[in-house]
Design a protein around this ligand. Structure first.
Ligand code: G6P
Length: 615
């Protein structure tokens, strides 16, 4: 969602804030703004609609020198994208400026309270009440941190906020309310940073502190004091982040999405490192066995939750849990989880999958599971995120920062982590045949190389993209483990190219989608060699009989669809349950190249945000 950055130190704040916003822009990009103190300690605030470059060009040459400030890049929730609705928001006297991410549920009532007293509001946002509330508390004599604490107590909702005030130039106060909208502090020498995610901080500091819900950070250039909702000081040593800042830049690639697709062989290796052991063959979860053997044997069921791409990874994980751990498993869309009074108990293992670890729907499902006493594991790519703190055990995916809004490498990493988790659980439960474990490990060792081979399909997929870029409708079909891959292929295409695409279980095609088939609807069929290939072939024949063009993914060496499908893409053969990861690569490349052909904004597709911290 929205991106937040704040700085207090001796260096000029403006350029640091703008650079940080550049790294955060993937979170939201309908408007941007900064606020800082000029030399007379007056608040200087600039905002602009559109992407960050609009703001940058507007303030070039007029940015006052400043040593502290805040910045924001917005993804609209309350109030359309406009300059008036862009952050930072100020109180009417210009004493306080705030940037905010998340939703203030009772903002209407609060706004009413102020307007009843004659106060005016300059925007349609929920955010602006925060500036009024902080200013009100300051007027009543509170210190800035105390004023924010009072504000948090008056508001409902899950959000994060950073505030500056003319009372104390050089000081920032930041808070996290509830589960949404994470904030992380970057500690430097004589300077401090705060941001909504790590990517913005990494060039400056790898010593970081993630704020917990309810905590307030009082940030001055010499240091940071953390307090809890009651004002008690919280002592927590900063963590050292392993991420390499170089990984956060695009390098030789035209887009982050393409870079991240190409990182997948390395990501696979990193996710497997220290977990897939060959001598003797076994899978260990080096993050510490999050489930005790006795508890694993007691489990009666597993429920997997996630959203978007992470949900599709979870669907593959379900197969793994059933196959290797022989545990009944189901997958839930996390946003629907709370609506059904799901039956949960301490013998239900809840596994959440999340790239960001901050998706509010996933966090809410996790909280529900926690209330019911379920043991919980999370497969997550963001160390220190809220998901990692709610879960009892974490399987870090180690894919590194993913910048493109459309997820690619993190799906691969999540699927591998789920595979490892299911094998591990299977052994603890005594349900895993050692020969199967051995075969899966041997196959997994080949995965990075096979993914590298799959990337060689790029030119072929670019050529297919040129032929199909003008289609407006796509159907993606798969069966078994390839069904979630079909869903993900369709999602990638619609996200980055705005083409209408639907993923379907191939068996379901006859129950509706077949009515759409004609020469204007392209079908992508995943018919890689597995136990369902012959059935996929029948589906392809059914599409062809209705003049529908077909792009088929087959396993290398399989010529059975030559002359039947219009395009036959040979995917490197891979034996083992991780095969869906290999089929993902050409689908990601197809979506990327079609979007390129159509001139779409690939890394920042319209209307989307990388981390969705609102329900
Ligand atoms: C957003 C992103 C998707 C992502 C989904 C879930 O919609 O654009 O790429 O799959 O959120 O995010 P999570 O961080 O929970 O995996």
């Amino acid at each position: 969602m929205c991106g937040i950055i704040g700085y207090s130190g001796e260096r000029p704040a403006g350029p640091i804030l703008l650079e940080g916003l550049g790294r955060l822009e993937y979170r939201g990009y309908d408007s941007a703004g900064i606020a800082l103190f000029d030399e007379q300690h007056r608040l200087y605030c600039a905002r602009a609609t559109g992407k960050l470059e609009q703001l940058t060009s507007r303030i070039e040459g007029v940015l006052p020198p400043a040593v502290a400030g805040i910045g924001h890049t917005r993804w609209a929730t309350h109030g359309r994208p406009s300059e008036a609705n862009a952050h930072p928001h100020l109180d009417p006297t210009g004493r306080v400026a705030v940037v905010h991410n998340g939703i203030i549920e009772n903002f209407a009532a609060l706004r009413e309270r102020f307007t009843a007293r004659g106060a005016s509001f300059a925007s349609e946002t929920d955010t602006e009440v925060l500036a009024h509330l902080v200013a009100e508390a300051l007027d009543e004599g509170a210190d800035l941190a105390e004023a924010l604490r009072v504000t948090l107590a008056e508001t409902e909702g899950a959000y994060s906020v950073v505030v500056i005030a003319t009372d104390d130039p050089g000081r920032l106060v930041a808070a996290r309310a509830g589960n949404a909208g994470g904030l992380v502090i970057g500690h430097g020498e004589g300077e401090q940073f705060v941001a909504s995610d790590l990517a913005a901080l990494l060039p400056y500091s790898r010593r970081v502190t993630f704020l917990n819900p309810g905590e307030i950070a009082d940030i001055r250039r010499e240091g940071v004091t953390l307090t809890d909702a009651d004002g008690a000081v919280v002592e927590r040593a900063p963590q050292l982040q392993p991420y390499d800042p170089v990984a956060a830049v695009k390098g030789r690639y035209r887009h982050f999405m393409l870079k991240e697709i190409h990182e997948q062989p390395d990501v696979a290796l990193d996710t497997m490192r220290g977990r897939y052991l060959q001598d003797p063959p076994r899978v260990e979860l080096d993050d510490g066995s999050p489930i005790a053997a006795a508890q694993a044997r007691e489990l009666q069921r597993a429920v997997l939750v996630g959203m978007g791409t992470s949900q599709y990874a979870a669907m593959i994980g379900r197969h793994y849990i059933e196959r290797f751990a022989r545990l009944p498993a189901e997958v839930d869309n996390a946003s629907e989880f709370g609506y059904r009074r799901p039956v949960l108990d301490p013998r239900t293992l809840v596994v959440s999958v999340a790239q960001s670890g901050e998706t509010v729907d996933t966090l809410l499902a996790m909280e529900e599971a926690r209330r019911e006493g379920c043991p919980q594991l999370t497969v997550c790519n963001t160390p220190g995120s809220q998901a990692t703190r709610i879960a009892d055990g974490v399987i870090h995916t180690r894919a590194g920062p993913e910048i493109a809004v459309a997820s690619t490498k993190t799906m691969t990493a999540s699927v591998i982590a789920l595979h490892a988790m299911a094998l591990h659980l299977g052994r603890l439960r005594g349900s895993l045949d050692p020969e199967v474990e051995c075969a899966e490990i041997e196959a997994a060792m080949r995965l990075p190389a096979v993914l590298g081979e799959a990337l060689l399909l790029e030119e072929r997929m670019a050529a297919v993209a040129r032929r199909y870029a003008q289609f407006e409708d796509f159907l993606f079909l798969g069966r078994g483990l390839s069904y979630p891959v079909a869903l993900e292929g369709a999602l990638k295409l619609k996200e980055v190219s705005y083409i209408h695409a639907e993923g379907y279980a191939a068996g379901e095609m006859k129950h509706g989608p077949i009515a759409l088939i004609d020469e204007r609807l392209a079908t992508l069929a995943i018919a890689t060699r597995d136990e369902v290939r012959d059935k996929m072939r029948s589906n392809i024949e059914q599409v062809k009989a209705r003049r529908g063009p077909v792009i088929a993914l087959v396993s290398e060496g399989d010529d059975s669809l030559d002359g039947i499908a219009d395009e036959v893409i040979a995917v490197p053969a891979f034996e083992g349950a991780l095969a869906p990861v290999v089929a993902l690569v050409p689908l990601q490349l197809l979506a990327y190249h079609i979007a390129l052909e159509r001139g779409a904004d690939i890394d920042q597709p319209r209307n989307l945000a990388k981390t969705v911290t609102v329900e």
